[in-house]
Write a protein that binds this ligand. Structure first.
Ligand SMILES: *Cc1c(COP(=O)(O)O)cnc(C)c1O
Length: 353
């Protein structure tokens, strides 16, 4: 399939790197393509970033067939641009598509489209320390129909947003809040897919956490409400004694690409990593026994987020002395060095543009 390019006449002014924040500014162009049963994916195009016109009956507004991905392009010290494990993101996108009864995309084709889009927008890839170009591939259902079934037509698009360093004020440890009233997902549901509704389902609990003075929610499993699942938009890791423990993929946890990368690096360094069930009570006991050394979240936006406190009902679990742990720092540095091309990519994770 050919990709047509229509360049905008009204180029926007790029904000300074110091003003970027997260997801506030978008580049001049986007990639789009459409799907119908007769034509499959068609009309692949790079076009000006602009409104999407949909009828009010478009199925995405009613029955929530909407999936997305989040990945980044990084500027290396030599000024080159590179992607981190992008194919893994599109492979996961296809698993989300299947899970939500939506058509899959061709990973090779979409990789080519993404690279072409980034080349058109290369001046938008910021270069100062810690900044990057956030990439948001999305698919929505576009049939205009109110009967409940899967849509027959879809729109796929990729938008780009230059983003600031996540830790502009230093590597700041988080306080997280265990929700006892709400659950995010259940086994057999859609928790392992990156679908919009999972975020809608998390907002009430997120608001409660913030009101109580905590940055994010730590979710427990939806059935027994005792096993730890993940944090807001991050997976979670615990250094217990000298073992790294993370919840096993239960079907209701999002399989993070940063999570896989952490497991791979830690194992390479000779650390025992165990993916298993871990209950909130075990965490409390481990802290009492002095075994809980470090806690951190993993996800594309922040890469690694140190955690200094977990609140569960009236119990407060403090981690270490409140500063980021040694392994937490080591993982953060190793991952970001590979992402920004400051160290050799020994794992074959980098795709140059
Ligand atoms: C995207 C996401 C993650 C992190 O995945 P990465 O691929 O590491 O960015 C974790 N949990 C949820 C719910 C997510 O949506």
């Amino acid at each position: 399939m050919e990709i047509s390019v229509l360049e905008t006449e009204k180029k926007r002014i790029k904000p300074e790197d110091s003003k970027l924040g997260f997801g506030q500014f978008f580049t001049d162009h986007m990639f789009s393509m459409d799907y119908s049963e007769e034509k499959g994916w068609h009309d692949a195009r790079i076009e000006p970033y602009s409104e999407i016109s949909l009828l009010p009956a478009a199925m995405v507004f009613h029955y929530g067939q909407a999936i997305f991905e989040g990945l980044k392009a990084y500027r290396t010290p030599e000024g080159k641009i590179q992607l981190f494990r992008a194919r893994d993101n599109f492979a996961r996108f296809n698993r989300s598509a299947k899970g939500m009864c939506m058509p899959e995309i061709d990973v090779d084709f979409v990789m080519q489209a993404l690279k072409k889009l980034i080349l058109v927008e290369k001046n938008w890839v910021p270069g100062s320390d810690g900044t990057s170009l956030y990439i948001r591939p999305t698919m929505i259902a576009t049939d205009s129909f109110l009967g409940v079934r899967a849509s027959n037509t879809y729109r796929f698009f990729i938008i780009l947003s230059p983003v600031a360093a996540y830790y502009a004020e230093g590597f700041n440890p988080l306080k997280i809040w265990v929700s006892t009233d709400h659950v995010r997902a259940v086994r057999g549901g859609v928790g392992e897919f990156k679908t919009a509704g999972n975020y809608a389902a998390s907002l009430t609990a997120g608001t409660e956490a913030v009101e109580a003075g905590y940055a994010q929610v730590l979710w427990l499993d939806g059935i027994e409400r005792k096993y730890i699942e993940e944090v807001g938009a991050m997976n979670i890791f615990f250094l217990m004694g000298d073992k790294l423990v993370t919840p096993e993929l239960s079907g209701s946890i999002l399989p993070g690409i940063t999570r896989y990368s952490v497991i791979q690096l830690a194992q390479k360094w000779g650390i025992t990593v165990s993916e298993r069930k871990i209950s909130i009570d075990e965490l409390i006991e481990a802290e009492k026994a002095g075994e809980l050394k470090e806690v951190f979240g993993s996800g594309t936006a922040a890469v690694i987020s140190p955690v200094k406190e977990v609140r569960y009902g009236d119990k407060v679990i403090k981690i270490g002395d409140g500063t980021p742990g040694t392994l937490t720092m080591k993982l953060y540095n190793a991952l970001t060095d590979i992402q920004y091309g400051k160290k050799e990519d020994t794992e074959n994770w980098i795709e140059p543009i």
